[in-house]
Ligand binder design. Structure first.
Ligand code: ZN
Length: 311
């Protein structure tokens, strides 16, 4: 089973103000800030990573805070909702917390037999807290305000909105090893048995839906997890054989990646577990200091002058 896709590795979204993003995810949501680095393709912009204690694959949410970016739009060809797994019975805690922090949310509902609470981050990014029906034994990162009995445990799922489900489903089933496990109207739930958590992808089929726009408050790409570089490159060959464009292997310092646009329009990445987030700082200090890839170290002082100080 390890020679296939092991669910979600990370999800990357676009934010506006860096400090506001940092405060929301570390304080309101109670995630661990695990890496403070820059966008490797745009080094005068931060790249923030949030996750569990270790920055385990399946818990990592990352942001490019691009300042005055225009607002994106959920629509066809976008990853339209990020689902976090939370313990059963925790939604009342979260409703109370969202009320106190003036966070926009919808009242809880049920989908595929699971109770969930949808909410929006300060940039309008849509997320959901889901009380999973399948066991989730991951150890949550806890803070003084968000204890383990209510804290997020990492991803439950990602939802993609599409004009047509079939072409995307083909990638999931024939290449990634996912299976259709449930369908409710226009909602299709796919999951992989290769791993127990962060293993669900929900597809929504809306044939008339206008194309979305990836900008502020929207998901930039969804990264899927593989064990190592060898398996990564096996997937590169499989994607290429379908006639899709895929990048060469790219070194992202904390993982090695490939990118391709799936037929429904969403940017997919495949990323390795190795080497992980402790490659350039010890576990206890994750996120404390600005970490730069080697090619940008000569420009550190210049880069630092362009970035807002975040504590
Ligand atoms: Zn990525």
């Amino acid at each position: 089973m390890e020679e296939t896709i092991l669910g979600i590795h990370h999800i990357t979204a676009i934010a506006g103000d860096a400090k506001r993003n940092f405060d929301f995810y570390t304080q309101v949501l109670g995630l661990r800030f695990i890496k403070r680095t820059v966008n490797f393709d745009d080094p005068y912009t931060y790249h923030f990573y949030y996750g569990d204690e270790y920055g385990s694959a399946g818990t990592i949410l990352t942001f490019f805070p691009w300042g005055d970016i225009e607002q994106g739009e959920i629509g066809a060809g976008t990853a339209s909702e990020i689902g976090y797994s939370v313990p059963k019975g925790s939604l009342d805690f979260w409703i109370d917390r969202f009320e106190k922090n003036a966070i926009v949310y919808h009242k809880p509902a049920t989908k595929f037999g699971e109770k969930f609470l949808t909410f929006f981050d300060p940039d309008g990014l849509k997320l959901a807290l889901i009380e999973a029906e399948t066991p989730d034994n991951r150890v949550a990162w806890e803070t003084d305000a968000v204890k383990a009995e209510v804290a997020t445990k990492g991803f439950h799922s990602i939802t993609l909105t599409l004009n047509e489900v079939a072409p995307t489903a083909r990638i999931l089933t024939e290449i990634f090893g996912y299976q259709l496990i449930q369908q409710e109207g226009v909602n299709y739930r796919y999951a992989t048995k290769a791993i127990d958590t962060a293993n669900v992808i929900d597809l929504i089929e809306l044939p008339e839906e206008p194309l979305g726009e990836v900008a502020g408050g929207s998901v930039h790409h969804v990264a899927f997890r593989v064990k190592n570089d060898e398996i990564l490159m096996q997937f590169r060959a499989k994607i290429k054989a379908l006639g899709l464009d895929i990048t060469p292997q790219i070194d992202r310092n904390y993982f090695h990646s490939l990118y391709f646009r799936e037929p429904g329009g969403v940017l997919f990445e495949i990323a390795t577990e190795n080497p992980g987030f402790t490659v350039d700082e010890p576990l206890a200090e994750l996120g404390k200091n600005l970490k730069l890839p080697a090619q940008y170290e000569p420009y550190r002082s210049d880069i630092e002058q362009h970035l807002v100080v975040i504590d």
